[in-house]
Design a protein around this ligand. Structure first.
Ligand SMILES: NC(=O)c1ccc[n+]([C@@H]2O[C@H](COP(=O)([O-])OP(=O)(O)OC[C@H]3O[C@@H](n4cnc5c(N)ncnc54)[C@H](O)[C@@H]3O)[C@@H](O)[C@H]2O)c1
Length: 306
């Protein structure tokens, strides 16, 4: 549908994810029209963007950033929408319908939602065909993965436009064949997190030790090869066949023994207290800055090594 020249991107919702996307779009020369109901979000957004832009080392002219609390005004001139509002289905359904009513028909609405399906989010739109999932990984200004999928009413052209847009930003989109709550990567993270909480609750290891069991072990490989390739290599000369011959019974037993924690209020409080205790010497800013520095170093190492 149409020509799809994207110059102006509407960033709807300017919290953690919206601000990070905004910085990336600006660094690639797109004008960003941002919107939020909280007027004070403009100052926060401009501060985050000012901090991130130099780290993104823009090679060309930076786009213009504008802000308004008026959603419709923000969308009227937009060529692409990245939606990043609070993770509540009712809020997303309402906003999608309002944006759909004022956007040109060829404009794609991509949602950053971590788990809500597009079929739900597009359900009140007059033109639901334009709504897609464009789920980034935190922080979107650095992490390449974007999960792309349509809902029941999404049209193929919208996925094509979104994919081309993200590729142009240096992203690595993956297209899901079917939608599923939590998409792919968050389901994988949920599996690790569930067992992490189980091990913590059982007193097997501390917050620091469980985190180290990832970062000092399998996490190092996971930045380079996923679970299938990792175990293909673990299986010896016959690869995955060898892995299955040797480890299938162990794997099956592990699966049957993995924990099933119920995240009730009491468990949430215990986990929060344990993490607060482990992190007490470190500010959020310090942790975030170190994370970004290390992600950049890993990306650079991969780019030069591969
Ligand atoms: N935090 C993550 O790691 C992460 C990663 C990938 C995707 N996401 C997804 O991105 C979205 C935003 O998450 P976040 O972590 O940035 O949350 P956040 O709380 O930091 O930001 C959400 C923003 O939405 C704004 N908002 C609330 N109601 C709104 C409305 N009606 N209109 C416009 N803005 C509104 C809030 O004021 C807030 O600034 C969610 O859908 C989340 O699932 C989050």
């Amino acid at each position: 549908m149409g020509e799809h020249v994207i110059k102006r991107v509407a960033v709807i919702g300017c919290g953690t994810i919206g601000a990070s996307w905004a910085a990336l779009f600006l660094a690639h020369g797109y004008d960003v029209a941002a919107s939020e109901p909280r007027p004070e979000a403009e100052i926060e957004l401009r501060a985050v963007v000012a901090g991130l832009l130099p780290t993104l080392e823009p090679t060309g002219p930076i786009g213009q950033l504008t802000f308004t609390t008026d959603l419709e005004a923000c969308c009227r001139e937009a060529d692409f929408v990245q939606e990043n509002v609070v993770e509540r289905a009712a809020v997303k359904i309402e906003l999608m319908a309002r944006m759909d009513a004022v956007l040109r028909p060829d404009v794609v609405i991509a949602s950053s939602s971590s788990a809500i399906t597009v079929s739900v989010m597009q359900s009140a739109c007059a033109r639901p065909g334009r709504v897609v999932l464009g789920h980034p990984f935190n922080p979107p200004h650095l992490v390449p993965l974007v999960e792309l999928v349509g809902g029941a009413a999404t049209e193929a052209w919208a996925l094509d436009v979104a994919e081309a847009f993200y590729v142009g930003l240096g992203k690595k989109p993956i297209r899901l064949r079917k939608e599923i709550f939590g998409h792919v990567a968050n389901r994988l993270q949920a599996a690790i997190f569930r067992e992490s909480i189980h091990l913590l609750e059982e007193g097997i290891a501390s917050v620091d030790e469980i985190d180290a069991a990832v970062t000092e072990g399998p996490g190092l490989r996971w930045a380079l090869m996923g679970p299938f390739l990792t175990y293909h290599l673990a299986g010896g000369p016959s690869g995955m066949r060898g892995f299955m011959d040797q480890f299938a019974p162990m794997q099956q037993r592990l699966w049957s023994e993995l924990g099933q924690p119920q995240l009730d209020d009491a468990m949430q409080s215990r986990v929060i207290a344990a993490v607060d205790k482990a992190m007490q010497q470190r500010s959020m800013d310090e942790i975030r800055t170190q994370r970004d520095r290390r992600i950049r170093a890993v990306l650079q190492a991969r780019a030069t090594e591969i």
